[in-house]
Design a protein around this ligand. Structure first.
Ligand SMILES: N[C@@H](CCC(=O)N[C@@H](CS)C(=O)NCC(=O)O)C(=O)O
Ligand SMILES: [Fe+2]
Length: 356
């Protein structure tokens, strides 16, 4: 199985990518709205076809990226029927199986943090995605969204900690840098829910957490009840629209070389090679390029026009990626790297001239 754990440092949320290496089909558990382009980039770079987004529950602290993902990939949105969310494609009940190719998860209703929480257990019970029912050495709060500490106690004890000892548990959040745990570990060391802790202990613990409500709760819950559909006027993570531009998983904006070739007149090309390098290797350059070595770019930025599209280039497209990042961070609204650089440009049969 292809498996990745992703993290959103704003909401401390984990997103999980699961995919079948043969069919290349994938599902994403608990996507985050603001991380849409990152997750999309990973799916694209791993050459996967996203089939489902799957949310463990109606989150109170962040908006799901499910609606955006469906729009971008045509995937189906899956949520628990008991979540009350509208606009999904698949409504999951306790015991249902969902998956892609050989990667299958079975839903276990684990209410208590919310009344629609699901834990998704991999078919061989080697992994489980517990949402906010079980957190590492903790548990999701039970003071809103129909939360119920007694219910959560039984959900976790009977439906999560009853899994095999070595089942690895992946929560939806961690607030101190921990990433996973196991059933045996939580049974031995969970201070609220581990072996020997009684329901009354747990209820007392949960009634006295004293946590402030999540900052985004007022907006997040209604949005998640619509599977993350943005409201009117809400800002959505979007790619620039001045050309066929993507953002890579590395965070770099890249533009299609063919488009640059056919729109050469509209684009300022910045060649960031150092002079010695140009002298030493007769690679040629794209006609009309502005020659600004990467090492001088920060000092010579006023030579780069701000409004029009700017495309950075170097032999292999690596240092020019850094140049694109520098310009983007400096506020250039239309900048992108030329992936593959001059080598690819020439391999595509596009012309170069000798630098003057
Ligand atoms: N400070 C965070 C609070 C996050 C929060 O309350 N998270 C919920 C999950 S949605 C929880 O159960 N937290 C348990 C804990 O913090 O121990 C925010 O504003 O978003
Ligand atoms: Fe939650």
């Amino acid at each position: 199985m292809i498996f990745r754990q992703l993290f959103d440092s704003e909401s401390w949320t984990f997103t999980y990518l699961l995919a079948d290496p043969d069919s290349r089909e994938a599902l994403l558990i608990d996507t985050v709205f603001e991380k849409h382009l990152r997750d999309l980039a990973l799916v694209r770079e791993l050459d996967l076809e996203l089939k489902y987004t799957l949310d463990t529950h109606v989150h109170a602290d962040h908006v799901t990226g499910a609606w955006l993902m469906r729009g971008a990939t045509g995937c189906r949105i899956a949520v628990a029927a008991a979540s009350g969310a509208e606009g999904a494609d698949v409504y999951i009940e306790d015991g249902d199986e969902i998956g892609v190719g050989t990667v299958r998860v079975r839903a276990r209703a684990t209410p208590g943090h919310t009344d629609g929480c699901m834990t998704y257990v991999l078919a061989d019970e080697s992994m489980a995605f517990t949402g906010d029912a079980l957190l590492i050495r903790g548990a999701g709060r039970t003071d809103f969204q129909a939360g119920d500490a007694r219910r959560l106690f039984h959900s976790v004890r009977d439906r999560i900690l009853s899994l095999p000892d070595d089942c690895v548990l992946y929560p939806a959040h961690d607030y101190s840098g921990r990433t996973s745990t196991t059933v045996a570990e939580e049974r031995a060391h969970n201070p609220r829910l581990g072996d020997g802790k009684r329901e009354e202990d747990f209820v007392g613990y949960m009634e006295n957490l004293g946590l402030p409500h999540p900052k985004k709760m007022q907006a997040a819950v209604p949005a998640n009840l619509q599977c993350g559909r943005p409201g009117e006027g809400d800002e959505t993570p979007a790619l620039p629209d001045w050309g066929p531009v993507i953002r890579t998983f590395a965070g770099v904006l890249e533009v299609d070389p063919e488009w640059v070739h056919s729109h050469r007149e509209d684009v300022v090309v910045i060649d960031v090679r150092e002079q010695e390098e140009i002298d030493a290797t007769p690679l040629g350059c794209i006609s009309g390029s502005l020659m600004i070595p990467l090492s001088k770019l920060r000092d010579r930025m006023d030579e780069v026009p701000k409004d029009g599209p700017v495309v950075t280039i170097c032999p292999a497209g690596a240092r020019s990626a850094q140049a694109a990042l520098i310009l983007e961070q400096a506020g250039y609204p239309k900048v992108a790297n030329l992936p593959g650089g001059l080598f690819r440009w020439q391999a595509l049969g596009f012309p170069v001239v000798q630098p003057g």
